[in-house]
Design a binder for this molecule. Structure first.
Ligand code: FEO
Ligand code: CA
Ligand code: CA
Ligand code: CA
Length: 702
């Protein structure tokens, strides 16, 4: 901590300056920075109805929600009243939990697979705290997140073997204190890094970069029913260093030219990979979420007071929260000064952008396509899908001869929900990544009456013109947030995962929480001020056509405790279903909606949050609205990532950041609250995948 403080002092003058965002070192991993300075009202044209509705909200929440579900436009989406318990949910609910283990319903079994550090490729180095940075590049990364099981045949993402496949998963971030022997005895919190004076040990930096990215690992069901890693030429680590192509409209733009790639066509690595996507052509998409804090930009100009300076960053940095002081992990301070590491300092250092890394942050914030079946393939940053804190990507089921449609949320407070529609039609025989290079990106406006509009973010349309500061489509895409501000999109309560109901094509999105929303900022789609608990919104596209420019929306559930929540049938969540901070979301083939929670480690199991216990996973019936708790996780973690094998008889989920709630002092004293999954006093807690099966061999959830 004292080292961090001395670094802070070094940059104190700059830190005094204001950016629009929180300092990335001053908020917890679970708390996204606010960067949205725009004043676009949530519903410019309907102030009157908004004021009326606020009167309603001053009454009971129940009344307000009833009125929301009662609008004429919403009636088409209304659920049938639940007369009886859902037939879709066949398991017995588990209670909330505060113990250091995974709990699944009676009749189910959970086991561990591929924890952080598990060797998967190269020389398969065994896991140990003193593994080198190079070792880490051959092992599972940390902080498992979005994930897909690709059946080994490699033909379809949802059909084929249920016993053998490539498990592909994201590693969102790392906790250096649980990675390095150098951290032993230091007072480090979950964000802390071991310093060498004012530098960072170069091999630790390499290890942290290699702890990020994506793992592709063949996993196979063994004769005894357990799952294990299978050595395979396709096993691969993609990390914060892997060479990647910049694809789509931003390729070659001046905004992405760097010393590494003077022609603006390439970059190194993918970072803070949160949720994921699966294309209809059997490739994996990884989403770059809170990448901005990994960079710093110390550029300054003279301030208004003599002798003072203030930050001087371009909008493509400020609007996303690039740090002005120290970056999240201080990689730019690596002791060997290697080019791979100094690029995290985006300050202007040379005469031209092709001689320094002022544009390096512009090569992050994208959706990246990876072909897990071709270990020689170069990952592609698909810039047509926009640049923001991408939580994940979710597709509508493809239709032969129709455009491909997918959705992505920008997870920060008051950010937006986006849709992409390909310009070219989908044909299964020829579909490929080109469909993600040429299309239209839209941003959502949720109207008060339950209608909604998709507003195109296209250069020259909707005021995105040179007079208003937009120079090209590449400029619009690099500055997606600014473009969305300009066209008046609806500011949401932190959009996390999306999911599409295969039976209805309805799209669901989690809005995890937003305690900064004030009474004045409340709107129909984000109906609670100081939204601690979060909610789930859903919509149907106009005429049920995914390419429609309009939609009809309603709220699926207002999460929270029994006295402050609401489900589709008008009732509150009960003891078996109460949850808060929805994050992961996935529909299985039977339209069972799986909901995963991410209560921030800064509040988990404290105050009002004690009643929810550890983070959990629930299943919901999209017709009746019933929600039932399926699983609870160990201490300090969040549950994220969920997929089943095609036969739905094996489910994989991820447990991310167990032990993140250990305080700096307790860490220094070796007093940890979680040792999951190894449960050994000589082992730190580790993120891991959990395999869930039903003891009778049945479909998960029935
Ligand atoms: Fe990485 Fe928004 O969760
Ligand atoms: Ca998180
Ligand atoms: Ca998430
Ligand atoms: Ca989250």
């Amino acid at each position: 901590m004292s080292d961090k403080r001395s670094l802070r002092q070094k940059y104190a003058q700059i830190l005094k300056g204001e950016t629009h965002c929180d300092d990335p070192r001053q908020h917890n991993h679970g708390d996204e920075p606010i960067c949205n300075p725009s004043n676009n009202p949530d519903f410019v044209s309907i102030l009157n109805s908004r004021l009326q509705r606020r009167q309603v909200l001053k009454g009971s929440l129940a009344l307000a929600v009833t009125s929301m579900f009662a609008g004429p436009a919403i009636n088409t989406l209304r659920a049938r009243p639940a007369a009886a318990s859902s037939t879709l949910l066949g398991f017995k609910a588990v209670p909330v939990s505060d113990v250091d283990t995974v709990v699944v319903p009676e009749g189910y079994t959970a086991s561990i697979l591929v924890p952080f550090g598990e060797p998967i490729t190269g020389s398969y180095p065994a896991y140990s705290l003193d593994n080198t940075g190079a070792d880490q590049g051959m092992q599972m990364g940390s902080h498992h997140d979005g994930m897909h099981f690709f059946p080994i045949e490699g033909e379809s993402p949802y059909a084929g073997s249920s016993d053998d496949g490539l498990l592909v998963l994201n590693h969102e971030y790392v906790e250096p204190r649980y990675m390095h022997t150098a951290a032993l005895g230091m007072a480090l919190d979950s964000d802390g890094v071991p310093m060498m004076g004012e530098m960072r040990d170069a091999d630790q930096v390499l290890k942290e970069l290699n702890g990020h990215g994506v793992s592709i690992v063949r996993v196979r069901k063994q004769a005894n029913g357990t799952w294990a890693v299978e050595p395979d030429a396709r096993n691969r680590r993609i990390t914060g260093l892997t060479p990647m192509e910049i694809s789509g409209p931003v390729r070659g733009s001046d905004l992405v030219k760097t010393r590494y790639s003077p022609d603006g066509t390439r970059t190194r690595g993918t970072l803070n990979n949160c949720a994921h996507g699966v294309t209809p052509w059997n490739t994996y998409l990884t989403a770059e979420e809170n990448w901005a804090g990994y960079f710093r930009n110390g550029d300054v100009v003279a301030g208004s007071n003599q002798g003072e300076v203030e930050p001087n960053l371009p909008r493509e940095h400020t609007r996303y929260g690039v740090a002005t002081g120290v970056s999240r992990y201080g990689w730019e301070l690596a002791s060997n000064g290697a080019d791979d590491y100094i690029r995290f300092d985006a300050s202007t250092k040379a005469a031209s952008p092709t001689q320094d890394y002022r544009n390096e942050p512009n090569t992050f914030g994208w959706v990246v396509e990876i072909d897990p079946f071709d270990p020689t393939s170069t990952p592609q940053k698909r810039t047509a899908l926009g640049r923001f804190a991408h939580e994940g990507v979710v597709f509508q089921p493809p239709v032969e001869g129709e455009p491909v449609v997918c959705y992505s949320g920008d997870d920060a407070r008051f950010e937006y929900v986006y849709k992409y529609v390909s310009a070219q039609p989908y044909f299964s025989a020829t579909a490929g990544g080109y469909l993600l290079d040429n299309g239209t990106l839209y941003v959502a406006r949720f109207n008060e009456d339950g209608s909604g509009e998709w507003i195109a973010l296209v250069f020259g349309q909707n005021g995105l013109t040179p007079e208003n500061g937009f120079k090209s489509q590449a400029d619009v895409l690099v500055n997606t947030r600014t473009a969305a501000d300009f066209v008046g999109a609806t500011k949401m309560d932190r959009p996390e995962w999306g999911a599409v109901d295969p039976a209805t094509k309805q799209v669901y999105f989690t809005l995890t929480n937003n305690t900064r929303r004030t009474e004045d900022q409340v709107d129909a789609a984000n109906p609670r001020a100081a939204n601690e608990w979060g909610h789930i919104i859903r919509w149907s596209e106009g005429n049920n056509n995914p390419t429609s420019k309009t939609f009809q929306w309603d709220l699926f559930v207002l999460a929270g405790p029994e006295d402050d929540s609401k489900t589709l049938n008008g009732q509150a969540l009960n003891e078996d279903g109460k949850f808060c901070c929805p994050d992961g979301l996935w529909f299985d083939a039977n339209s069972r909606l799986w909901i995963q929670t991410d209560i921030s480690e800064s509040v988990m199991n404290t105050g009002d949050y004690v009643q929810f216990g550890n983070n959990q996973m629930l299943a919901a019936d999209p017709v009746t609205g019933e929600v039932r708790r399926f699983l609870t996780g160990p201490i300090g973690q969040e549950i994220t990532g969920v997929i089943t094998t095609p036969d739905q008889r094996t489910m994989f989920i991820n447990v991310q950041h167990p032990g993140a709630t250990v305080t700096a002092d307790d860490f220094a004293a070796g007093s940890l609250n979680s040792r999951w999954p190894d449960q050994s006093t000589s082992m730190y807690p580790r993120s891991a995948t959990v395999v869930i099966t039903k003891n009778d061999g049945g479909i998960i959830g029935t």
